[in-house]
Design a protein around this ligand. Structure first.
Ligand code: GLV
Ligand code: MG
Length: 328
């Protein structure tokens, strides 16, 4: 281990599914609050037309105060720093949004200074409003600049809790020749070598691998939780599952649901499989047993268990307890 400890910035929480609800669509608020998503994100940005922004902001402020959000995390995506909606979003949410607001999501962050400026506004408005609970920050990495400055962004504010990957804006920013949001592209392929005895095969590659991997690495290096963003084709459950599985393997703790049907899929993929939970429980039981017997080494079924597998087992068992508590 490094002499520099990495402390997770948030207490253990569930982030498996983050359901987006446009701030202009009040009819969906109660349903989202009562539904199975771990996190609800009320949107003021791309799901709201420019002419509806003020009304949507008022709707969200009212809903933060009036709707029973239960034990969900409740966050709001504000407009970007290049708009004049942005500061009004922050001030209204912090001064009038009540204590139920958990975090503000900032889209299209390009530099650490972007986040620093938002933190400054939140800090001033929180002090003026006499807020008791600290408001967290969530950042969407969705531009070439944001990915390039990712470590600086992670260091820019102590409020920063989660990083999210926005495939659609990221692709646009980098000039990627694709219109898929988070899915595959039939032209991003490799051909196997020519060989006299077999036909050449086309192997699809993952065009999101690098930005997602980099985001997960930067997030974890700073104690921040990485979350995968949208999968655009909500009629393609298999495509969603495969994408979510890959990002779960890379370290993401959850994924956006841009349609309610994607909530169950995200919850399914980001819940540890039963086999893993059973093994984790067995590892912890073996650890307890060998401690009780005063043995130094821990083994399970004849295999030595090291300290890292014990830490992994603790994470899995704790996550499962949170999931059981939520669904009980
Ligand atoms: C999300 O905001 C995206 O751009 O994909
Ligand atoms: Mg975006």
């Amino acid at each position: 281990m490094s002499f520099t400890p990495i402390e997770r910035r948030t207490p253990p929480r569930l982030y498996r599914s983050k359901l987006f609800v446009p701030g202009s669509q009040t009819k969906f608020f109660e349903k989202a609050a009562a539904g199975p998503a771990d996190v609800v994100c009320l949107d003021l940005e791309d799901a709201v037309a420019p002419g509806d922004k003020d009304k949507a902001r008022d709707n969200i402020v009212a809903a933060l105060n009036d709707v029973n959000w239960g034990n969900k995390l409740v966050t709001v995506r504000i407009n970007g720093l290049d708009t004049n909606f942005c500061y009004r979003d922050v001030i209204a949410l912090v001064e009038k949004g009540g204590e139920r607001l958990d975090a503000i999501m900032v889209p299209k962050v390009g530099t650490g200074a972007d986040l620093y400026a938002i933190d400054m506004l939140i800090t001033q408005a929180s002090s003026f409003a006499g807020r008791k609970k600290q408001i967290g920050l969530e950042v969407i990495i969705e531009s070439a600049m944001g990915l390039g400055n990712i470590d600086e962004i992670c260091r820019a504010s102590k409020r920063l809790e989660t990083l999210h990957f926005g495939a659609a804006d990221y692709a646009a920013s980098q000039g990627m020749r694709t219109t898929n949001i988070g899915g595959g592209n039939a032209d991003y392929v490799m051909l196997t070598d020519t060989a006299p005895d077999r036909a050449r095969e086309r192997h699809w590659n993952d065009l999101w691998h690098f930005p997602l991997f980099r985001m997960c690495q930067a997030a974890r290096a700073h104690g921040i939780v990485p979350i995968d963003g949208p999968f655009g084709d909500y009629s393609d459950a298999d495509g969603f599952r495969v994408q979510a599985n890959r990002t779960a393997i890379l370290g993401c703790e959850g994924k956006w649901a841009i349609h309610p049907s994607q909530v169950a899929l995200a919850n399914e993929i980001f819940t540890p499989p039963e086999k893993e939970v059973k093994r984790a429980e067995a590892i912890l039981a073996a650890m307890k047993d060998s401690h009780e017997k005063g043995l130094g080494a821990v083994s399970l079924n004849g295999v030595l268990i090291d300290a890292a597998s014990i830490r992994q087992a603790q994470v899995i068992v704790q996550q499962m307890k949170m999931i059981q508590a939520r669904t009980a």
